[in-house]
Design a protein around this ligand. Structure first.
Ligand code: M6P
Ligand code: ZN
Length: 192
């Protein structure tokens, strides 16, 4: 059955997408082992379980031909020296792409392939980044305010978190002398 066209509202300051159907919350306890400094993670979790990011989605059919629409807000902060970030993922259908549009705040998009290729793009309000098929992607908030972006991707792309959980990202973004620096991840493992 065909769907009727519909409008939505995207608030360019807050990223609020209305109407949306689902808001997903990711606290530090949902990201165990993803930040490099496990001791810093444990120290924080002994006291609290901070909200790292949330994303709101319009529920649309997970089918070829449709698109998925989502806005994400990453709260400022660090775990050890590493800035707050999304889990990051490849697509379950790896030959699908994605578009990110920066709305508020400052940060960086990290991308990699399973073969070990790596790219990063700074994303500010108004930056449009194209993530081609086969590139895993993660956003990192390097600023002191909320980092907000809008994403569009194919309806049937899906999420593959397992491969990122196994290997980590090739590079990580850490604070050095109060500035963000991209360094090699000593724990990066090439997938077998
Ligand atoms: C963006 C999109 C979504 C993704 C969300 C959070 O909105 O890429 O598909 O789910 O960010 O990122 P992650 O799934 O890596 O936690
Ligand atoms: Zn994606």
């Amino acid at each position: 059955m065909s769907m009727r066209p519909f409008p939505m509202n995207l608030n360019f300051k807050t990223g609020e997408l209305t109407p949306n159907d689902r808001t997903n919350i990711r606290n530090l306890s949902d990201m165990k082992g993803m930040f490099f400094d496990n001791e810093a993670e444990s120290r924080i979790l002994e006291k609290e379980d901070p909200l790292i990011y949330s994303f709101s989605e319009k529920v649309l059919p997970e089918e070829n031909g449709h698109l998925q629409l989502a806005t994400t807000t990453i709260h400022p902060g660090k775990v050890g020296d590493e800035y707050h970030m999304t889990k990051g993922h490849y697509h379950r259908r790896p030959d699908t792409s994605e578009m990110y549009l920066g709305l508020e705040g400052e940060g960086c998009l990290l991308m990699q392939t399973v073969e070990g290729d790596f790219e990063s793009i700074d994303i500010r309000p108004g930056t449009v980044a194209y993530i081609p098929p086969f590139w895993g992607h993660r956003m990192v908030n390097t600023g002191k305010t909320a980092y907000v972006f809008f994403a569009v991707y194919p309806g049937d792309a899906g999420h593959n978190y397992g491969d990122i959980e196994k290997t980590g990202f090739i590079k990580i973004l850490v604070e050095r002398d109060k500035k963000p620096v991209l360094i090699d991840n000593p724990r990066w493992k090439q997938r077998d």
